[in-house]
Design a protein around this ligand. Structure first.
Ligand code: HEC
Ligand code: HEC
Length: 207
């Protein structure tokens, strides 16, 4: 009896967490139901998220060096300790990211500890580089299946919901834990902005 109670106490929080994840509304909007102007406004908010250090610190260029930029207004700074992602982007050629960044659903409660998530910590593939690019460049890249991992709008939306269900990097970026500035907005409004931008035909401002 006692054992059953303890088992219940352990499973209830996990069930609640799962319920929170599955509440994401990923229903696509009818194509053309959002104006170009509203689509461009949705893109601006998407870009605010993608260019925030909680996201862009891993979406870096061909030097394969993750960043430690702290806040949206902060100065970009290379990862300390000569960390290098290598062409593998997981640090296989040097020191693997996972030797410090664990794969775990435990909360990130200690400031300045290596952050962790439910997926194996690693740099995003080079073709998903966002640092050093303008909003229009990132927009064109994300709207192009040849440069976004072969994803249409549904695929992009699925990427977000799947990441969240795995307690992955996007979930972490919006709730990074102790001492870190979260990405702006929240996962549901980020998802809604993707749906609106997509229904407007993925418009990108010139320039
Ligand atoms: C720990 C490093 C890391 C962080 C932090 C991170 N990402 Fe990523 N991101 C990745 C990796 C790795 C992939 C490739 C995974 C895949 O394609 O399945 C990826 C892929 C993506 C993609 C799909 C690829 C594309 O460009 O079309 C999107 C969208 C994305 N990330 C959004 C975000 C957002 C939004 C945040 C912040 C809230 C974020 N990422 C934070 C590592 C990261
Ligand atoms: C020797 C341990 C170690 C290794 C290996 C390591 N990191 Fe880190 N990383 C840290 C620590 C510690 C921090 C937190 C620093 C702080 O907050 O002051 C950190 C922070 C980060 C951040 C900043 C997170 C944020 O707040 O935006 C990113 C991005 C990152 N690491 C990516 C990587 C990647 C990618 C790899 C593999 C190529 C890697 N790290 C390998 C220790 C490590």
């Amino acid at each position: 009896m006692r054992r059953t109670l303890i088992a219940l106490a352990l499973t209830v929080p996990a069930t609640l967490a799962l319920a929170a994840e599955t509440q994401l509304d990923d229903t696509l909007l009818p194509e053309g139901s959002v104006s170009e102007q509203d689509g461009l406004a949705a893109w601006d908010r998407i870009h605010e998220v993608l260019s925030h250090p909680r996201c862009s610190n891993c979406h870096v260029g061909e030097d394969n060096i993750p960043l430690w930029t702290a806040t949206a207004s902060g100065q970009a700074r290379d990862h300390g300790m000569n960390i290098h992602g290598g062409d593998s982007r997981i640090g296989a050629e040097y020191l693997p990211c996972s030797s410090c960044h664990l794969t775990t659903d435990l909360p990130n409660s200690i400031p300045h500890a290596p952050p962790h998530a439910g997926l194996d910590w690693q740099l995003a593939p080079l073709e998903f580089q966002w640092t050093g690019k303008t909003s229009a460049e990132i927009c064109a890249q994300l709207a192009d299946p040849d440069r976004n991992g072969g994803r249409d709008l549904e695929g992009l939306v699925e990427h977000i919901t799947h990441d969240v269900s795995e307690n992955g990097f996007i979930a972490w970026g919006f709730a990074p834990g102790a001492g870190r500035e979260p990405a702006p907005y929240d996962v549901q409004s980020h998802l809604d902005d993707f749906k609106a931008w997509g229904a407007a035909g993925m418009p990108c401002a010139p320039g």
